[in-house]
Design a binder for this molecule. Structure first.
Ligand code: NI
Length: 174
C-alpha cells in the first residue's frame, strides 16, 4: 500500500469527470487500498479517485469517530438513487486544505455501489455519512464544494487556494 499525493484546487484534473470501472480487478483493489491509506494518512473522512489523479468512479469513506474502530466503506460505480430533506453542514475537502464552509445538502440519501470485492450493495445514509457520500460523489463528476458557495465566499476560497498554490503565506487564515 502507498500514500498517494492528493491534488489540490485549482488543479484542473479535479474538474474532469471520472468514468465507470469496468471490472474490479486486483489493480482496482490496489488503488482502493492506496486510496484508503491516503485518506487515513491525511487524515480525512472521504477521498475520491479524482483527488489522486485517477479518473475512475471510486471513492472511500470512513466516518468512524477518533476512538472508534475504523469503518471503511468502498464505493465503486456509485449511484445516489434518492435524496430526502435538507441540511447545512460544515464541510472540508482534502483538496482544499484549511477550508471549512457551510454547504447545503440532502439530509438522507440512498446509494448503490459495488464494494471492494465487486459485490453490489445498497446503503441508507444520514448525517456525516450522507454528507460524505454526496460530497465524494460530486468529485466523480468534476464538481467541488466551492460550486455550492455564494459568489463572494467562492471568490475568497479561490484566492486563498491560489495563494497557497503560488507558495505564499495566506493572510486570510483563521
Ligand atoms: Ni473533497
Amino acid at each position: 500500500m502507498a500514500v498517494l499525493p492528493i491534488l489540490e484546487y485549482p488543479d484542473k484534473r479535479l474538474r474532469e469527470p471520472a468514468r465507470p470501472v469496468e471490472a474490479v480487478t486486483p489493480e482496482i483493489q490496489r488503488l482502493v487500498d492506496d486510496m484508503a491509506e491516503t485518506m487515513y494518512a491525511a487524515p480525512g473522512v472521504g477521498l475520491a479517485a479524482n483527488q489522486v489523479g485517477v479518473l475512475l468512479r471510486i471513492f472511500v469513506i470512513d466516518t468512524a469517530g477518533e476512538d472508534d474502530p475504523s469503518d471503511l466503506k468502498v464505493f465503486i460505480n456509485p449511484e445516489i438513487t434518492s435524496r430526502e430533506g435538507e441540511m447545512v453542514w460544515q464541510e472540508g475537502c482534502l483538496s482544499f486544505p484549511g477550508v471549512t464552509e457551510s454547504v447545503e445538502r440532502a439530509e438522507r440519501v440512498h446509494v448503490r455501489a459495488l464494494d471492494r470485492d465487486g459485490k453490489p450493495f445498497e446503503l441508507d445514509a444520514e448525517g456525516l455519512l450522507s454528507v460524505a457520500v454526496q460530497h465524494e460523489n460530486e468529485h466523480l463528476d468534476g464538481k467541488l464544494m466551492i460550486d455550492k458557495l455564494g459568489p463572494v465566499k467562492k471568490r475568497l476560497v479561490q484566492r486563498k487556494m491560489q495563494k497557497r498554490a503560488e507558495g505564499r503565506t495566506s493572510s486570510v487564515d483563521g
